[in-house]
Design a protein around this ligand. Structure first.
Ligand code: NAD
Length: 493
């Protein structure tokens, strides 16, 4: 069984910025990095200034001419080697993720495996990004090929310290760009290891750079004239800030925001599969996934499924097979949502507040929590809680359930659980979300399919992974060519 109850690991060296192939210190301002499973200080992260962003951009700009001039087949050779290094270091990277983020070991390992899959997609890009060519008039050829943008930036959240950076790093650099990564200040250590392993794989200095910090670094990225494009993954509040500021500075921006995912459970749903999948979705990674189930809309007679869910959720125990949430503030926020919902009339079927984890009393734990008879107007049904909490809203029919889902300003994911193909189709066609599932609690599209939501869950055109990433990180050049003389008399002369 997965566990977080390993002895506390030794303190790690301070995280450092990685600029032009060297690790450097940036100033004297630091934040402590905590192990959320016991609250101990495990490292420090520098609070860099705009100057570090400028140094990273200069390093990227210096590396760009040579890197973009190599062929894509040559560039992905580095990523093949990097992929092998990730594979070799699965145990070490999983332990690091567990230490800085808190997620249990099997979840951390799944994150490393997903980073490997993302890297494999980037390795396949030479087979996909082949360009187009056609004889459009006799003797006249049109050709389209893709070119990198230059120095690009990727700003990432805390909840997947390794996987989310891999949504952008391998594809952006395989496509010929140089990158500045801004990790979450809460989990900066995995990004440092990424820089080390990319260097070991042979990535030239300056192609990949890391600048640690918070708001000041993000604002400097949005403002820097040397950065051509910015991807952001995080809360909707900050996604809007980054999208507005980056586009106001005439950059290409794709900003993925928060989520409030609805699972619609119909009375004919398979009770065993539905109950285990819904609980896994709301509690996996302690509910700190942008694809986590947050509201279950139970349509008609579904009490038998709800009972099984509660039974199943009781087997998920903080400190044993459930990690902590990221911080003390996050725990307080989540518990406040539960308490307010209870006061407003919701029934607490399973209460995860204030769990005791022996030997980890300083950890930021919240147990799985299931609330029934939540009204759609309650804060817990509308706002992103980002913890292992499921709000059950009751609906008389599928249209009422869809009305609840459609009213959410978010639109990352939605799923329906049913044995009826027609009902499944009815819901997936009408759900207002970018990623929909049928009998799947976490409908993440895997490579080569692209990841991205709708509405307030994403600002900008396109998606962040898979085929969508090719549009994001390249621009097309359209070349029209004529060599033979007889073509000179046609209208394209
Ligand atoms: P966050 O928005 O607080 O932070 C994201 C990044 O923005 C971090 O690097 C942080 O340092 C920076 N930042 C924070 N405040 C800022 C400010 N005022 N100005 C500029 N930059 C700022 O998000 P988080 O708490 O790290 O991550 C959790 C959130 O991310 C959740 O809302 C979750 O749904 C979302 N998320 C979304 C997706 C998706 O694909 N849509 C994926 C993962 C996480």
């Amino acid at each position: 069984m997965a566990t977080t109850a390993a002895p506390p690991a030794a303190r790690r060296p301070d995280a450092r910025n990685y600029l032009g192939g060297s690790f450097t210190n940036d100033g004297s301002r630091h934040l402590d990095v905590l192990d959320p499973s016991d609250g101990s200080v495990i490292s420090r992260v520098p609070l860099s200034s705009a100057g570090a962003v400028d140094a990273a951009v200069r390093a990227g700009a210096a590396a760009f001419p040579a890197w973009s001039a190599t062929t894509i087949k040559e560039r992905v050779q580095v990523l093949y080697r990097y992929r092998s290094l990730l594979q070799e270091h699965i145990a070490e990277l999983s332990a690091l993720i567990t230490q800085e983020h808190g997620k249990v070991r099997n979840e951390a390992e799944a994150e490393v495996l997903k980073a490997i899959e993302l890297t494999e997609f980037a390795c396949s890009l030479p087979q996909i990004v082949t360009g187009e060519v056609m004889e459009v008039s006799r003797g006249v050829e049109c050709r389209t090929d893709r070119h990198p943008l230059g120095v690009v930036a990727s700003i990432v959240p805390f909840n997947f310290p390794l996987m989310v950076p891999h949504w952008t790093i391998p594809n952006a650099i395989a496509l010929g760009n140089c990158m500045v990564l801004k990790p979450s200040e809460l989990v900066p250590l995995s990004a440092v290891r990424v820089a080390e392993l990319l260097a070991e794989a042979g990535l030239p200095a300056g192609v990949f750079n890391v600048v640690h910090g918070t708001q000041e670094v993000v604002e400097a990225i949005c403002d820097h004239p040397g950065i051509a494009a910015v991807s952001f993954v995080g809360s909707t509040r900050v996604a809007k800030i980054v999208y507005r500021r980056g586009t106001a500075n005439l950059k290409r921006v794709l900003a993925l925001g928060g989520a409030k995912n609805h699972l619609i459970v119909l009375p004919d749903a398979d009770p065993e599969m539905t109950s285990t999948n819904v609980v896994a979705s709301m509690s996996g990674c302690t509910g700190q996934r942008c694809m986590a189930a947050s509201v279950m809309v139970a349509v008609g007679v579904t009490d038998h499924i709800v009972r099984k869910m509660v039974e199943h959720a009781r087997t998920i125990v903080p400190g044993r097979n459930l990690g902590p949430v990221i911080s003390r503030e996050a725990r307080e926020r989540i518990e406040r949502y539960i308490t307010d919902a209870e006061r407003a009339g919701a029934t607490v079927l399973l209460d995860g507040r204030n769990p005791v984890v022996p030997g980890r009393e300083g950890g930021f734990y919240v147990g799985p929590t299931i609330l029934d008879h939540v009204r759609p107007d309650m804060a817990i049904a509308q706002e992103e809680v980002f913890g292992p909490v499921l709000a059950i809203v009751r609906a008389g029919d599928v249209d009422q359930a869809l009305a609840v889902e459609n009213a959410s300003p978010y639109g990352n994911a939605a799923s329906v659980f049913t044995e009826s193909g027609g009902a499944a189709r009815y819901v997936t066609e009408r759900a207002s979300a970018g990623m929909v599932g049928v009998n799947v609690g976490v409908p993440v599209p895997r490579e080569p399919f692209s990841f991205g939501g709708w509405n307030d869950s994403k600002f900008g055109v396109g998606d962040i992974t898979g085929h969508g990433s090719i549009e994001l990180w390249t621009q097309t050049k359209k070349t029209t060519t004529k060599w033979n003389r007889e073509a000179g008399t046609n209208w394209m002369a």
